[in-house]
Design a protein around this ligand. Sequence first.
Ligand code: FE
Ligand code: FE
Ligand code: ZN
Length: 282
Amino acid sequence: MLNIGCHLSSSKGFMAMGEEAVSIGANTFQFFTRNPRGGAAKAVNERDAADFIKFAEKNNFAKIIAHAPYTMNPCSADPKIREFTRDTMADDLNRMEYVPKNYYNFHPGSHVKQGEDIGIAYIAEMLNAIIKPEQTTIVLLETMSGKGTEIGGNFSHLRNIIDRVELNHKLGVCLDTCHIWDGGYNIIDNLDDTLEEFDRIIGIDRLKAVHLNDSKNILASHKDRHEKIGQGNIGLDALAKVINHPSLKKLPFILETPNELDGYAEEIKILRGLYQEDTIDK
Ligand code: FE
Ligand code: FE
Ligand code: ZN
């Protein structure tokens, strides 16, 4: 079965998101852990989290993804911003243990004028400060488009971060199709090569989730503007190959396309229709 869902509003809690996901044909979802501006998060409702765990099991949910506020910058030049990012993400990771064994995704950040090496060192320093041996959540580094001074615009950046993190068995990668396309990886013509490169540099076992987005931009534009599935420059054929690729097809796919719920439901329906079930290994 294709594991697919979309980004949902987290304001009403886990059960509300689970039910909303089921209502649009999804069996996973992504949510922001708090307001993207990084304000205080509401206390986790333990009962809601426990109910969701049962609900997810009953409804064959794949792992869900919490997304850190995208305004955080783990490699800012300002120590106050780095500290705030670290404390916010540490708090998020504590909260994620109420729904154990899921994913926490974040943007590596922008090094601004400090250079890649310093940026990467700050990101690793933060991860070393917040990842605990007992946590069950896997922290995902998102592949980025390389806009401005973003870290994560190529696979080597992510490898370099992983190499510097002590408990890096708690680290994985989330591949965003719009971001890597905008970053210069031609997944229309060279999907196999791109994934082979990912495997060579990072190791395919690190790949835990996919953000499935079309792109408003051309290859290597380094911009990052998502488009609805099939309406952008990547196109439906290439995205159908992504969901069916042997290295990817068991992963959770999250739509971050510019849609309301009904639009997501339609995209999920189309993609489920294009998914080829494995008959052999069942
Ligand atoms: Fe993201
Ligand atoms: Fe994304
Ligand atoms: Zn994006």
